[in-house]
Design a protein around this ligand. Sequence first.
Ligand code: ATP
Ligand code: MG
Length: 469
Amino acid sequence: MDLPRTPIQGHLEALTAAFAAQGHRLYLVGGPVRDHILGRAIHDVDLTTAATPDEIRRVASKVNPSSVYDVGARFGTIGMIFHDPDGQPWPVEVTTFRTEQYLDGTRKPEVRFGTSLEDDLRRRDFTMNAIAVDLRDGSEHDPTGGRASIEAGVIVAVGNAVARFREDPLRLLRAVRFTSQLGFQIESVTEAAIVECAPELARISRERVAAELNLILMSDRASSGMRRATELGLMADAMPELVPMLGTSQRPSGQHKDVFEHTMGVLDNLDGGDLGLRWAALLHDVGKPATKTVEDGVVHFIGHEEVGARMAQRILRRLHLDSALVSRVVALIRNHLRINAYEATWTDSAVRRLIREVDPYLDDLIKLSRADVTSYRRERRDAAAGRVDRFERRCAELQAAQDVARLRSPIDGDELMVLFGRPPGPWIRPVKEYLLGLVLDGELGEGDVEAARTLAKAFMQEREGLGDG
Ligand code: ATP
Ligand code: MG
């Protein structure tokens, strides 16, 4: 096949020649070969060779990569970085041929170095990932029919599907991840094996599961990937909270979307959106099944945003996602109904308070609110979109006048201590909040120190008067 051209072409040619000088061939393998056949951009360079890791390190030193390192996570893999003409770093990972043996009764694979390219390809997960191309002459090695499956757009396990999933259950989720990244279908025998082996996914560390879920969420077909993963039973351990969303109807009659379908619509509506926004879309209604009540034929999900926020926090922590992402998602879920409740009658003060409460996530919340409209009825969608637009304009106006999130009381705690001749203590907070409240209400200028002093005195007099009886 024609070799993919990468911006580090010269370096790869030098590397190929250096291996050849030691009597070794070097093959491009796995993801980059698959992506090249599909006409997709190549984002990493994975290579395989019969050379041992020590030999790979020695050869690498002859072609001056910017750095050489051991890839800890991948047994026997040497990484090197080359820079393209624009100065962009490209990681190149070279792995010695391997064979894997899974001894009965043990769950850890025993990985051994192999001597044959074919054995190496046959231990890979899917046929589409088991093609190698010799970098010297472009000759293609495809012992499992990978090219045919790529051309047909199907994901097929290499060898016995059930055995392959048992060996490494992460492959279960990888299969779904590839459907959502590539738009492929899972071939039926492989799919049946996924359903059969789904419970085994519980053996895989939550971090590795989360990494795959992140890739699904960031793919072009996030909703179909999440749906597949849930329907195939792959969420039962990592995120069982998603399962009852399937079949929880949102209206008394069955004609309407269930919570899951609505959620998938919200994911689809998100125009781009980063990982945090996508997690928020996925989990924004996760509290609905637990809070559903039906009264006089009307369905309610009272408090689902708060219940959902707490559930999301547990889910995301369980997946070991980083804490900044978790707080952002939780804040978005907790507040996800607020903008869609906006009315023109809201006072400036009410809008300013909302801006501050959701700071720094206002823009995210606006995006989520826009996406959170999946009604079949056009006039409903238009009405909701109009409401979010009006809210956004109102915020912009208020923000143009002053940076609402940064508004402070005109006098701070230190000044209050001087003013009242008192030591620090819990008495300060209510005064500051009172003054800040007046600023938000537009009744006190942020720079109006004199007025603030007078107001603070009056406030304290009233408080102490009441308090001391
Ligand atoms: P991506 O586009 O995400 O990089 P990829 O196919 O390159 O996709 P990697 O995780 O980078 O995926 O793995 C590189 C190659 O290693 C795969 O193409 C596949 O051949 C093999 N591989 C990766 N993970 C597994 C696994 N769990 N079981 C078997 N083979 C695997
Ligand atoms: Mg890869």
